[in-house]
Design a protein around this ligand. Structure first.
Ligand code: SF4
Length: 465
């Protein structure tokens, strides 16, 4: 039973547990025997109402009591709940107030507000910075991690190193064995390469996370705006969690803190070096963003860090479900704003004589090798898609540069009625999808990168033509 709680009072101790151990039975009784009903009301998404009465501390994974637990019940000092006090917080307002605050200040505020009802989500990568910030506040803190069973050996060793360095126990969450068994028996060990990572992530990450969060009122993540231009560019420093529920249940029952949202990756690394914080040895091998072993690879200089994750998929799908709230609804649904007659309210994109507009018969023709006289590069797009809009200038410039080169440049709208066809025949994952149709092959090649500047696109075309 993974019940262990991290306390800053463990930070400097040479012994991991001696100063916090309590009789297990009294700890568990305290947790399950005295919880109070909490006053949940229907509230706007920006406000969270909760009782600050904390006579019970709910564990991350509320399992039945087991006498043979080897995990100590550290940091289970239960604050005597005497005064019932109701707080209503506007987290949008708080996020604005903290927008220019330092990560340390934000971390301090988070720990101060939520005490033992908040925990740091630690992935085993550079988000170890969160643990260091928490230590620096001098407040008690908890750390949890999702052990998917598919992590690199280096990451497991790193977990152990972090536990020893900080004198803490990480609260590991594991996937449900029956669910993993069903998935692997029916689809094999590497089904994510065939049909996308969502199903495996749901079983190995999202559901264990959901269970963890049901024991909390708030969590702390290492999300940064610069991590993914596709999905994380608008991450606030604190928000009501748009996806998951906390221990009180219901939409809005969980608060998500992102203390390093505004920090650049290079500055996180400066901080780690300055503070002499241990890091995952995979970083020295070229890994930046680190997840499961089969789904993470090193990136080359100049490549974006998220290009090392699920590299066989499109950029905007690159959330494992843990931060799904970052993905805009229109991106998830594949629909933009539309007029009553079904047409998009956005102006068309890539409108230039150098880009050929391909309707369904045109793109079907390209799929037939016998009708292709020259190689083509084609973007599958939707005018309402902000990522398509963002690459308009570079794609138009690409078309100009390729004029007279023997490579044709095209575009094909793939939303609305065309979407199912594009998904089935052209491997459309999300917008934009860029395809190269080689002259002598019937198989279109998908552009694998998130970099959509003209040089990167040109390099792709030149490498394949
Ligand atoms: Fe499965 Fe890969 Fe997701 Fe890990 S990252 S849970 S291996 S799909």
């Amino acid at each position: 039973m993974a019940l262990s709680f991290t306390s800053s009072s463990a930070v400097h101790g040479s012994s991991l547990y001696s100063s916090f151990e309590q009789p297990k039975d009294s700890f568990l009784d305290a947790q399950f025997g005295s919880s109070q009903p909490l006053g949940w009301l229907n509230l706007p998404s920006t406000a969270v109402k909760f009782s600050r009465r904390r006579c019970a501390v709910k564990p991350l994974n509320a399992e039945p009591k087991r006498k043979d637990s080897i995990v100590p019940s550290a940091a289970t000092i239960v604050a005597p709940g005497v005064v019932e006090k109701v707080e209503v917080e506007d987290y949008e307002k708080l996020a604005n107030e903290l927008e220019n605050a330092s990560p340390l200040e934000i971390m301090d505020k988070a720990l101060e507000k939520f005490g033992n009802d908040i925990a740091i989500a630690f992935s085993g990568a550079e988000d170890v910075a969160l643990i260091e910030y928490a230590r620096l506040t001098g407040r008690p803190f908890r750390v949890f991690s999702l052990d998917t069973g598919r992590l690199n050996p280096e990451t497991y060793k790193f977990f152990d190193k972090v536990e020893r360095h900080y004198g803490i126990r990480i609260e590991y969450m594991f996937p449900d064995a029956v669910e993993v068994q069903a998935l692997v028996r029916s689809k094999g060990l590497f089904s994510f390469y065939e049909d996308g990572h969502q199903e495996c992530c749901r079983v190995r990450k999202v559901r264990p996370l959901r269970r963890a969060l049901k024991g909390l009122r708030a969590w702390i993540t290492g999300q940064r705006k610069d991590q993914s231009p596709g999905t994380r560019s608008e991450v606030p420093v604190v928000q009501v969690d748009p996806v998951f529920e906390g221990m009180d249940g219901g939409v809005g029952s969980l608060v998500k803190w992102n203390p390093v949202a505004n920090v650049k990756g290079e500055d996180v690394w400066k901080f780690l070096r300055t503070m002499n914080v241990p890091v995952n040895s995979l970083h020295a091998k070229g890994y930046i963003s680190i997840g499961c072993e089969p789904c993470t690879r090193p990136v080359l200089p100049g490549q974006h860090e998220r290009e090392g994750r699920w590299w066989w998929e499109d950029s905007k799908a690159k959330e494992c479900g843990l931060h799904k709230g970052n993905i805009k609804e229109e991106t998830l649904n594949g629909n933009g704003a539309v007029h009553a007659n079904g047409t998009s309210t956005n102006a068309d994109l890539f409108v230039t004589e150098n880009v050929v507009n391909l309707s369904r018969p045109g793109i079907e023709n390209l799929l037939k090798l016998e009708n292709r006289r020259e190689p083509w590069v084609v973007v599958l797009y939707a005018p309402w898609c902000q990522f398509c809009q963002a690459m308009e200038v570079s794609y138009v410039e690409l078309a100009e540069k390729l004029t007279g080169s023997g490579v044709k440049v095209g575009k094909s709208r793939a939303d609305g009625e065309e979407k199912a066809f594009a998904q089935q025949e052209l491997r459309l994952g999300s917008f934009p999808t860029i395809l190269f149709f080689p002259k002598h092959s019937s198989y279109p090649i998908k552009y694998p990168s998130e970099k959509r500047d003209v040089d990167s696109l040109l390099a792709f075309v030149s490498a394949l033509r």
